[in-house]
Design a protein around this ligand. Structure first.
Ligand SMILES: Nc1ncnc2c1ncn2[C@@H]1O[C@H](COP(=O)(O)OP(=O)(O)OP(=O)(O)O)[C@@H](O)[C@H]1O
Ligand SMILES: [Mg+2]
Length: 457
């Protein structure tokens, strides 16, 4: 930073104040004065002795005895001693005041040095402009930010010339003239080489010591941060697309396997069962052989049940046939049959039929995963599942709450259930939240925008 004229003036003032103290010490001056006074006294004594001055003056004053003038010499002697004492006191006082002033000046100059360092070494560009926006003072960082050869070349330049958008500079000047501060989180500035940078900007209207209007401006370069943020946003978006594709593929694969199970395995099991029935019902076979047939029928029935349960889990057929509310009711009932000790409440109020395939399967998987988690992790006694459509806010809300032990935040999380749910919900533009209090339970809340769900239909 350039040394301002003020700071030069300040240093000179300090020097002047200190000079007498350092070149002619006060003690020396006092001794010199004392010698002068002593010399003058001796000379006066000698001259007065020689000329018999006191006798003369005494004789003369005797004529004015009536006016007590013969007492004057004594009074004058007291006056002289009094004046000497008073001037000695004044000089001591002046010395003390001078010492205090010097101390204050010293403190000020130390502070000034601190502030100069703070501005000079600041990682933010700092500058002052006059009332027309011309830079008067700038720190070195401004030179780096605007790509100037040195901060010294900044004074005299128009701050507006570094704005990428001239209209924005005009708006900022107007606000500053109204006495308003200007704060911009992402201001585009143009460097000397024409390249643009993004800064956080703060412009503050002010006045210099002479009362003239000026602007104090501070810019922090966040271009690198912005670039990282943009790269991160791109990576997140790619990640999201990847997750979305993964979930779509998963659903498609599940649907395919369910259909294969139904079409292929179902057919073959059916054929096998027909054969087993005819085998069991043949009168020409011995009883033992027929009971083997019966055993085969039971095994086939069992395999069929297992396959049907698999098919239901892979692809909830009821979802397509009966809609979300009925499919969920069935899913919850099935789950409750396996957890009879748990109290379970299920409500699905006024869900629109037109939620759409994507929203339907997402909400179904959400409830399915939450119920599995409750069985696996919660130790809950009560569960409440609530789905409702808020037409005013144009959202569908799904809430699954339990009164179990809550999520152990410190635990080692390896599962993908909740992460997958968040992906699914956010993929549809919704919001996903898990609230959990240790010892009190867990609430999973998903909100899907109605427009998104309808358009997905
Ligand atoms: N209702 C709940 N009550 C208590 N803890 C829960 C509950 N739901 C989830 N958790 C905790 O959160 C963790 C993460 O759950 P998440 O569903 O993501 O994974 P997971 O169930 O362990 O495995 P995955 O779902 O992949 O089979 C669980 O390991 C468990 O510690
Ligand atoms: Mg899970």
């Amino acid at each position: 930073m350039q040394a301002s004229p003020e700071s030069r003036e300040f240093r000179m003032t300090t020097t002047l104040l200190r000079t007498p103290a350092s070149t002619t010490p006060a003690g020396v001056a006092a001794w010199r004065d004392l010698f002068l006074v002593a010399g003058a006294t001796v000379v006066t004594f000698l001259v007065a002795g020689l000329l018999e001055l006191s006798e003369g003056v005494g004789g003369f004053l005797k004529h004015f005895e009536a006016y007590q003038l013969d007492e004057v010499p004594l009074a004058v002697a007291v006056l002289v001693v009094g004046l000497a004492w008073s001037s000695w006191r004044r000089s001591r006082q002046a010395e003390r005041e001078l010492a205090l002033r010097l101390e204050a000046q010293e403190g000020l100059s130390v502070q000034r040095a601190y502030f100069e360092t703070l501005i000079r070494e600041n990682l933010s560009a700092s500058l002052i402009t006059d009332d027309r926006g011309r830079i008067t003072i700038a720190n070195p960082e401004l030179g780096h930010l605007f790509g100037l050869p040195a901060a010294e070349s900044a004074p005299g330049r128009d701050l507006g010339s570094f704005y990428a958008d001239a209209g924005q500079w005009r708006a900022h000047r107007a606000a500053l003239e109204r006495g308003e501060r200007v704060e911009v989180p992402g201001l585009r500035v143009r460097r000397e080489d024409g390249q643009e940078a993004t800064v956080i900007a703060r412009l503050v209207p002010g006045r210099n010591p002479q009362g003239a209007v000026e602007v104090h401006a501070f810019f922090t370069d966040v271009s690198a941060l912005e670039a990282t943020r943009a790269a991160l946003a791109r990576a997140l978006e790619e990640n999201r697309l990847l997750a979305q594709r993964g979930i779509e593929l998963l659903e498609a694969e599940r649907r395919h396997i369910a259909r294969e199970l139904h079409d292929e395995m179902g057919q073959w099991l059916n054929a096998l069962k027909i054969d087993a029935v005819s085998f069991r019902d043949r009168d020409d076979l011995p009883g033992d052989a027929r009971s083997v047939g019966q055993g085969m029928i039971e095994l086939i029935n069992h395999v069929y049940d297992v396959a049907r349960e698999l098919m239901r889990r892979l692809r909830p057929v009821a979802l397509d046939e009966l809609g979300l509310a009925a499919a969920l009711q069935y899913c919850v009932d099935q789950w409750h049959r396996r957890q009879p000790a748990l109290q379970c409440e299920f409500r699905a109020d006024a869900l629109p039929d037109s939620l759409g395939e994507a929203a339907n399967i997402t909400l179904y998987r959400l409830v399915q995963e939450c119920l599995t988690n409750i069985t696996k992790h919660s130790g809950a006694r009560q569960v409440a599942i609530d789905l409702r459509c808020d037409r005013d806010r144009r959202v569908v809300e799904a809430r699954v709450a339990d009164d179990g032990r809550g999520i152990d935040e410190a635990g080692n999380r390896q599962g993908l259930g909740l992460v997958g749910l968040r992906e699914r919900i956010e993929m549809l533009g919704g919001r996903f939240r898990v609230d959990s209090t240790p010892g009190e339970g867990t609430v999973v809340l998903a909100t899907l925008p109605l427009t998104a769900t309808e358009s997905a239909a």
